[in-house]
Design a protein around this ligand. Structure first.
Ligand code: MEV
Length: 423
């Protein structure tokens, strides 16, 4: 499969889908699901409450990705312009050096059990650790299927924390959740262990819930960009200038949390779009990403460095709590089709894709920010929208948009004048 599909953007959506279907050998059934939308309100009622309908996002495909030596087409569902294009551009820049390499720490989720009003917290900690084997066994009885597939609770840790309401004893379950996001599995285990923990601590057990700071479930990605790949027709800056400005932009984010927040938002543009397309819980991913970014004082989740050959070396590391089975992923046929397009065989594989897309998104955004800025790209799409709103016939939309951008007058009344003039 070749993820480079030049001119994909010029096709209409139907032909685009055919191209993607051909490239990824997407089943006819999956293609039908994409064109007819996934679920009706009745089916949606099995996912959420008080459902009155469903709402759609544009589903686009980012091209050019090579991840661990394999070409990949990336489904992205997002309502923001320029995101899919920026990810595709950055992925193209990385191709000449082999694309993205990814690595994951393993699918370990952490679940926490809170015990309050413990008279002897230090002794309670020792008692819990003494009972570790029994506790692990009890946790694993809750999910024999996960255990059968090689997962399950593997360790128990105890933390004593100071809080505004006194010392608390926090028991942590470290659970290998295999290919699931794992929320249900680890929460069930924590709930099952609560009476034991209450007895061992002689305190009150209250919360029994996973932590989204999933720092035992990290995904990493890196890529190397030759300076010539960074050059753009829109500025006179050399590739080396752009490389240095990207490193400066990253340093700005290291030095200033106001910038780091936006830097990381750019990363999450890509990651959330893949999460939405595959029906993964983007709130969990967001919470994990920002909490991880804040562990040593809030900073950027990516890093940019220059190597001795003058290349830009880019990397990312963040928690990635995503699954290919369970949760809602299987309830939405378009999300199932998106997973089919991605063609990953494990949650770890999916986590690596998310990391690579986040890195590409950040690189694409920074490249634009340090050179031509992001408004020119936004403006041409905005102009297209205005032309469509002014009822421009389909064959005139691009021309009217281009004229308005050139004139720097992007308004509905101008679009209407141009429609009259050109018809
Ligand atoms: C816009 O959605 C995202 C950016 O602002 C990210 C950034 O500033 O790095 C372009």
């Amino acid at each position: 499969m070749d993820s480079r599909i030049p001119g994909l953007y010029k096709l209409d959506p139907e032909d685009r889908l055919s191209e993607i279907a051909e490239a990824t050998e997407l089943s006819q059934e999956a293609q039908n699901k994409i064109t007819t939308q996934g679920i009706d309100a009745a089916e949606a009622g099995a996912i959420s409450e008080n459902v009155i309908g469903t709402i759609e996002y544009p589903l686009g495909i980012a091209t050019n990705f090579v991840i661990n030596g394999q070409d990949k087409l990336i489904p992205m569902a997002i309502e923001e312009t320029s995101v899919v294009a920026a990810a595709s551009n950055a992925a193209r820049m990385a191709r000449s050096t082999g694309g993205f390499r990814t690595q994951t720490s393993g699918p370990y989720m952490i679940s926490q059990i809170q015990a309050t009003e413990v008279d002897t917290p230090r002794a309670a900690k020792i008692d819990i650790l003494d009972a570790k084997e029994n506790l692990i066994e009890l946790a694993n009885e809750q999910d024999p299927v996960l255990v059968k597939h090689g997962g399950g609770c593997e360790d128990i840790e105890v933390q004593l924390i100071e809080t505004p309401r006194g010392k608390m004893v926090i028991t942590r379950l470290i659970v290998n959740v295999q290919d699931a996001m794992g929320g249900n599995a680890v929460n069930t285990m924590a709930e099952a262990l609560a009476p034991e923990i209450e007895q061992l601590t002689q305190g009150n057990v209250s919360l029994r819930i996973l932590s989204n700071l999933a720092d035992r479930r990290l995904a990493r990605a890196s890529c190397t960009i030759e300076p010539s790949e960074l050059e753009t027709e829109d500025t006179d800056l050399s590739g080396e200038d752009i490389r240095d400005r990207i490193i400066d932009a990253w340093a700005f984010a290291v030095g200033d949390p106001y910038r780091a927040a936006t830097h990381n938002k750019g990363i999450m543009n890509g990651i959330d779009a893949v999460a939405t397309a595959t029906y993964n819980d983007w709130r969990a991913i967001e919470a994990g990403a920002h909490a991880y970014a804040a562990v040593d004082g809030y900073g950027p989740l990516t890093t940019y460095e220059g190597d001795s050959d003058g290349n830009l070396v880019c990397s990312i590391e963040l928690p990635m709590q995503v699954g290919t089975i369970g949760g809602a992923t299987q309830l939405q046929p378009v999300a199932k089709a998106a997973l089919e397009i991605l063609d990953v065989d494990s949650a770890n594989g999916l986590a690596g894709v998310f990391a690579a897309v986040g890195l590409a998104q950040n690189l694409g955004g920074l490249r634009a920010l340090v050179s031509e800025g992001i408004q020119s790209g936004h403006m041409s799409l905005h102009a297209k929208n205005i032309a469509i709103q002014a009822n421009a016939p389909e064959h005139l939309v691009d021309e009217i948009a281009a004229r308005m951008v050139a004139e720097e007058v992007i308004r509905q009344d101008r679009a209407e004048e141009l429609i009259d003039e050109l018809q």
